[in-house]
Write a protein that binds this ligand. Sequence first.
Ligand code: PEP
Length: 689
Amino acid sequence: MELFKTIAVNMCRLAVAPVLIFSGFVKAVDPLGTQYKIQDYLEALSMGGIVPDWITLAASISISALEFCLGIFLLFAIRRRFTSKLICLFIAVMTIITIWIFIADPVADCGCFGDAVKLSNGMTLAKNLVLLACSAVVAWFPLRMKRAISKSNQWIVINYTIVFILFSSAYSLYKLPMFDFRPYHIGSDIPKSMEIPKEAPQPEFETTFIMEKNGVRKEFTLDNYPDSTWTFIDSKTVQTKTGYVPPIHDFSIQEIGGNDKTNEILGHRGYTFLLISPYLEHADDSNFGDIDQIYEYAQDFGYPFYYLTASSQKAIKNWQDITGAKYKFFNTDATTLKTIIRSNPGLLLLKDGVVIRKWSHNDLPDTGILNKPLAETEIGKMPDDSIPGKVVKIFLWFILPLLLLTIADRLWAWSRWLKGKEHSNKIYKLIKNRKKMRKKIVAGNWKMNLNLQEGVALTTEINNALKGDKPNCDVVICTPFIHLASVANVLDQNVVALGAENCADKEKGAYTGEVSAEMVKSTGAKYVILGHSERRQYYNETPEVLKEKVLLALKNGLKVIFCIGETLEEREANKQNEVVKAELEGSVFNLSAEEFENIVIAYEPIWAIGTGKTATSDQAEEIHAFVRSAIAEKYGKEVAEETTILYGGSCKASNAPELFAKPDIDGGLIGGASLKAADFKGIIDAWKK
Ligand code: PEP
């Protein structure tokens, strides 16, 4: 049910948005046409002369822009609640208007799609009812709309859309409509568009006759016309079928107070200039200098030049007085003239009755080029601004930038979604990000360096440095026994944990000089290093002894950093895997899986310890992966994935990032470089890179 609702809302949204975008756009690119339509509505409401032209023009531009913007916002699901409610309200108002025009028929065409698509009033009403239903569904569940752009980038689409549509309107107003859907568009053959083909359907009429006989009145048609005993009273004729109406059916050119010159003017072979002004009273007279020059040019080269207007003789006389116009005036219906060109005045160039050029008075042809016959000039030929070419321009200027923005935004949103998944999805974490599951540790091993005061001072320095700049990993410092209690006093163990470098293989008793795991623990230490190669080598710690130490450490609640690693000879003999596996088996693989969770392995190739020679990151990764597989074999994959395996052996701030970047290296056990706070911190910071 939920899925059904979401699908329904988004389908309704995708039905409404394109209609609003298209209808808003075709009206916006013909602001004068839309203004004329608004004036028609006002006329029907008997408010024709009341509302000033600038208000109807402003209304034309704002309504079209609003419609277009709402369509785009709906498509992108921008401000979903507000947009959907406003659209619903907008369509509801339009529906009321269409109910009125359906019933009262005050205008022949609603003008919903400008001149691009003409609908009958009935079809308009049906369309609006469907749109109203769809927009109501969307407004009911606005949050079910899937966003096409994230909230943070919506402002780009909002502003770009508003600027684009207002610019398109302003451009079309200053020049001429970007797209000309009227029958007088460039390329239109006017005389041909006025013809009614012989085979075209003719209009049909029916006449009813009202007759009377002996005081009784009855209606008859031609089919049952009665005999002469009936007396004729009246007749009514109604059109029962509209015949073919040619695209241009209301264009006539009359001499002022005289004859019809339509055929003569439109039938002229060659070029004809038609200057057009529906009403001279409202015409812009700022460019009459250029118009005069074009007129003179037409005179010089023998091209007819006529001024068509619906204005009265008085207005014509007035215009002539202002501009000194010498051209001939003719009368044509104002609506026809408004349809021919959206500019007052506007100039039309016909060739053999075909419209080849149209100019707004703001954009008249450059008079400088008018010094040779039209056939030899650019303006004497049809321009090549085809509709597909204009559509491509709109695609490049508007659709493509929004498309690229949407793609970039979706990729960004997708990567954030993946990141979110990383944090929330346990399985995903396990598969994709195993390394993040286990502890990352950088542990220092001071060995037999630093006296107590030096040790406490170093601890304070490390402690302060890490408190001010929180590490991205766990940090441990392992100190000689003598330092433990004092260091524990100055260390903030929430930031740096404390560890010992060794502990006894006996629980307690008469073992002079030894320090037990329990004693270590009692200082506040949490870790102990066991199995270090130096202890194996110099103090003969055997796997068996280490096994005891490990057990006692764990028994006393210490975590063990258990060191393993091969000698140079063993590596050269390619025995490193064998050696480390034997070390694990000898001292820690006796533990239960639960106990093993407290073991941190430190792989330290003996040939790299304190020698300045580091295993390459690939060498280290290879053996770390082997150690992990050995643990997996013993305890299972899950335990292995959770075991921290450190690398040790001349690890420094300079090589730590490369080593730590390896999937199976979870940090380092640091000897020499842990004796200086800055060096040690440099290694810790490798986890931030
Ligand atoms: C160590 O002793 O654990 C060690 C890794 O030493 P160094 O970092 O000095 O090689």
